[in-house]
Design a protein around this ligand. Structure first.
Ligand code: LFR
Length: 500
C-alpha cells in the first residue's frame, strides 16, 4: 500500500515540511524536504513571543509545495500533521479566536511564576508526585500562573487551552483537540492516568474548563478545511492527523530499535539534548524528582523517562553572538575549529541556569569557568570545544543516573536528530559514555511524525513495526570515541565537581 504523509516539523528557530512516502513490501520510507523556513521569537514589551501567523503562512506554503510534489509523482497526499517543541500554548476564546500571542518558553516571566506555584503547593515534590514532570521554569502549569498574574482577563475569557501543534491542527481542520504527548510536557497530566489533573487546576485557582478532550498520537483530528484545500491545491478531504505532536516524542518513536533484548537509551540531539529510556510505566522517586528526570508520554502508551540537557543551544547562541559582532561562522566551521584545540582545557555545567536565557554566551561561559578556577576560553574553537565536551560529560553522568533508576545500564545509546550531524560531538559522546553509541536518523522527528500519521491511517500497526520501517529505511552509524579512556576518566571526575 502506498501512502504520502506531510510532516510539519517546527523547531525553535526553523521549521520544515517533509514529505514521507511509504511504499513496498516490506514497507520502506522515503523522505523528502519540500520546504524549510526560519522563524524567530520576538521581544515585545511584555516578553518574548512567537510569530504565530508567520509560522502559519509557512505551514500553508509547505502544504502547497507538498501537495504539488505528490501530484508530480502521480500520488495523492494522504495526511498532514504538525509536531513542535513542548510546553508553549495559546488560549482560545468562545468564538475560536486566539486571545494573545504565545510566549516563548525562554521568557523571563516564567521563573518567578514557577516559584509561586511551587510555594503554593508546598514544594516541588508535591507537584512531581502528581504529574511526574521535571521542574523546568517554563512548564505550562507555570506559564498559566504567569498569565494569571499579568493578564487575568485572558484566563477569564479563555474557553480552551491549545498547545501550538493543537492550534495548527485546529486552523487546518476547524476541530479542536489536545494531543497527549504534547499535553504531557505541560505538567498538567496525572502521572498515573495520563489524563488532566483537574485537582491541580483547582488547587492553583486555574479554570479547568479550558482543558479539552485529549487524543492519542495517530488520532484523526479532522479533515482539511475546503477553503484551505482550494487555496493550497491540497486534496479536499485531506486527513489532519495528530502525530506524536511533541517533537521529542516523534524523534524517540523513530529510534531505529529492532532488538529490545539489549538495554538501550536514547539521546534526542538538537537545540536540546534529551537523554533517557523508554519505560512501560511512569517512574517516580524523590531522587528522580531532584535529578530531575521527567515522565513524558510517548507513542503506544510508552513513557519517555528523560532529562533535559542544554544541548546545541549553547553553540547556536555562541554562533549568534559571533555573527552579531560581525564575525559570522557556519556551524561546521565552528566545529572544525573546536577539533583543532587542546582537549579538556575548560569544562562547565551545560545545564547551569545562567546559560538558559537568550543572549551572548561567551561572558556567561567565561564566568562559570572563572568561578571554577578553570582557564577561560579565548577563541571560538575553545568555547565550542568546552561546550561540546561538557555536553558529552553531562550525557555520561545522566546515563549513569538513569541506570540507577531503571536498574538496567544501557548497553547501547541511540542518538537521533539534527545533532547527529556534529561528528565531533558524536565522537566525544562515544568517548564519554561506557557503551556503544549509534547515530541516526538525523531526520528522526520528521520520520516519527510521518510514520505515526501512517499508523493513524492504518498503514503501520504499532510502534514496533514503525521502528522496523525506520531501521529498514535509514542508515545508522557507529560513533568512534574521540579521546583516550584515561583522559575521559579524569574528565568525568572533574565534571562531577562542577555538576554534582
Ligand atoms: C525539544 C523540546 C524539549 C522541551 C523543550 C521546550 O525541542 O521539545 O523536549 O523540553 O523543547 O519545549
Amino acid at each position: 500500500m502506498q501512502s504520502a504523509h506531510l510532516a510539519i516539523d517546527l523547531g525553535a528557530s526553523s521549521g520544515r515540511a517533509m514529505l514521507g512516502l511509504l511504499d513496498g513490501d516490506p514497507l520502506r520510507l522515503e523522505l523528502e524536504e519540500v520546504h524549510r523556513f526560519e522563524h524567530h521569537a520576538c521581544s515585545v514589551p511584555t516578553g518574548i513571543v512567537w510569530n504565530l501567523t508567520g509560522i502559519w503562512r509557512q505551514i500553508l506554503h509547505g502544504l502547497s509545495v507538498g501537495a504539488a510534489r505528490c501530484k508530480e509523482r502521480g500520488l495523492e497526499l494522504t495526511s498532514i500533521g504538525v509536531d513542535c517543541w513542548g510546553v508553549d500554548f495559546v488560549l482560545v476564546g468562545a468564538g475560536g479566536d486566539v486571545l494573545g500571542l504565545p510566549h516563548c518558553y525562554r521568557d523571563a516571566r516564567n521563573e518567578p511564576a514557577s516559584d509561586r506555584v511551587v510555594e503554593r503547593l508546598g514544594g516541588n515534590e508535591a507537584l512531581y508526585a502528581r504529574t511526574g514532570i521535571q521542574r523546568m521554569p517554563f512548564n505550562t502549569v507555570f506559564q498559566l500562573e504567569a498569565i494569571r498574574a499579568a493578564e487575568p482577563a485572558q484566563l477569564d475569557a479563555a474557553r480552551r487551552l491549545l498547545f501550538l501543534p493543537d492550534l495548527f491542527h485546529y486552523w487546518l481542520s476547524g476541530e479542536q483537540a489536545t494531543e497527549r504527548t504534547i499535553a504531557s510536557t505541560g505538567s498538567l497530566l496525572d502521572i498515573q492516568s495520563g489524563e488532566w489533573d483537574l485537582g491541580l487546576m483547582e488547587l492553583l485557582g486555574l479554570p479547568k474548563e479550558i482543558l479539552g478532550p485529549i487524543v492519542d498520537p495517530g488520532a484523526q483530528v479532522g479533515l482539511l478545511r475546503d477553503t484551505l484545500a482550494d487555496e493550497t491545491g491540497a486534496p479536499r478531504g485531506l486527513k489532519v492527523i495528530a502525530p506524536a505532536s511533541h517533537d521529542t516524542a516523534s524523534a524517540i518513536a523513530a529510534a531505529p530499535v529492532t532488538d529490545n533484548s539489549v538495554p538501550w537509551a536514547y539521546l534526542s540531539s538538537g537545540t536540546w539534548s534529551l537523554l533517557g529510556a523508554e519505560l512501560p510505566t511512569p517512574y517516580y522517586s524523590e531522587a528522580a524528582c531532584h535529578a530531575p528526570f521527567t515522565n513524558e508520554r510517548g507513542v503506544d502508551s510508552t513513557i519517555r523517562f528523560l532529562k533535559n540537557i542544554a544541548g546545541l543551544w549553547l553553540i547556536q547562541e555562541l554562533r549568534r553572538e559571533y555573527a552579531d559582532a560581525g564575525s559570522a561562522h557556519s556551524f561546521a566551521e565552528l566545529v572544525d575549529q573546536a577539533e583543532g584545540v587542546e582537549p579538556f582545557r575548560t569544562l562547565v555545567d551545560p545545564n547551569h541556569a545562567s546559560l538558559a536565557a537568550p543572549g551572548a554566551m561567551t561572558p556567561r561561559v567565561a564566568e562559570l569557568a572563572a568561578a571554577a578556577g578553570q582557564p577561560i576560553p579565548e577563541t571560538p574553537g575553545q568555547f565550542v570545544r568546552c561546550c561540546l565536551e561538557s555536553l558529552a560529560l553531562c550525557y555520561a553522568q545522566t546515563a549513569g543516573r538513569l541506570a540507577q533508576f531503571t536498574g538496567r545500564p544501557a548497553e547501547r545509546l541511540h542518538v537521533v536528530g539534527g545533532g547527529t550531524q556534529n561528528k565531533l560531538l558524536n565522537g566525544l559522546t562515544a568517548g564519554a559514555m561506557n557503551c556503544e553509541v549509534l547515530t541516526g536518523p538525523t531526520e528522526a522527528t520528521a520520520i516519527g511524525n510521518a510514520l505515526v500519521q501512517a499508523m493513524g491511517c492504518g498503514v503501520i500497526a504499532n510502534l514496533t513495526e514503525l521502528r522496523q520501517v525506520v531501521a529498514r529505511s535509514t542508515p545508522v552509524d557507529r560513533a568512534e570515541p574521540v579521546g583516550a579512556a584515561d583522559q575521559w576518566q579524569a574528565a568525568r571526575e572533574r565534571f562531577e565537581t562542577l555538576s554534582p
